[in-house]
Design a protein around this ligand. Sequence first.
Ligand SMILES: [Zn+2]
Ligand SMILES: [Zn+2]
Length: 375
Amino acid sequence: MNNKRDYYEVLGVDRKAGDQEIKSAYRKLALQHHPDRNPQTKEESEEKFKEITEAYSVLADAEKRAAYDRYGFAGVSGSAASSPDFSSSIFSDFEDIFGDFFGFGDMFGRGRGQGPRSRRGADLRYDLEISFEEAAAGIDTKIKIPRSETCTTCGGTGARKGSTPVTCSACGGRGQIRQQQGFFTISRACPQCGGHGQVFRDACSECRGEGRVRREKVLSIRIPSGVDDGTRLRVAGEGESGALGGAPGDLYVVLRVREHPFFERRGDDLYCTLPISMAQAALGAELKVPTLNGQERLRIPEGTQSGSVVRLHGKGLASLEGRGHGDLYIVLQVVTPTHLNREQRRFMEMLAPGLRVENKPLERRVSGRVKDGYG
Ligand SMILES: [Zn+2]
Ligand SMILES: [Zn+2]
């Protein structure tokens, strides 16, 4: 109890403050600190929100306030002071102040009333182009997203400072208008107040009464290794701000992965074609082959055929589902020499009789034998 702040201090009002002043101080702070509006600092906001709500629940009640003035926290302990169990009378006060501005119905486990409805903010899509290597390794990057955010000048109310809200005449403060259409009754947001249930004589100059402003926000995001072209990453709560205190939407980062100059991706496996000379194919050779993490030594046996495939285990891409890595397949392509000089030609002619093959079509068979590579 010792570290509790004085209720008047919490709401930032004078000890002689009137009911209206207390109410509006609370409204302003509650709008500012509502956890739904501060998804990044949710826990902190919840604490803050509880603190101001507790202060308000005492100071808004004449009896409790008198007790608090006389005896301090001891005068009100066991009642509203033991938050977060807000009493139902306090809840009706909330509705009185905010309507259903925050969707308190949800917060208190009650169904929403007929008050103005909070709306979830729109989801945003951001297309991000990254290199093949970045997709393979994963990266931390920053993106700039233009989006609507709650106006900080008016706390999202849309009202100019000091201007008092007036109950909307069109919807009577419900924020919704019901229309009878044949057998159905349809509710929709009131066009006059935009669903707020209240209108302001003077609109906030920052947001022109919208309660939201366009801002560019820089977000740090982590792109996991193994993402593919078209992979969608969801960043919860980083979409547009909700209307009337609704939860923010989500941000979807859609990845465009640039093609690699020689690696081709199939699932988590990589493919590339590696040219080798006739001599290397015939005699065998030790090669250096590129992988995503540098060079790898690869020994090809003598008598390697063009088109044979060597597999390097685990040298593919990381599986997004966390199932290890794919493999790297290297297709060996024997390159026939095209410009033999006279001496080479003579050697080739000498070799020719011994290299003779039967020029007869091969029987059909599954092609592409795969060999495991060994370094
Ligand atoms: Zn504003
Ligand atoms: Zn209205």
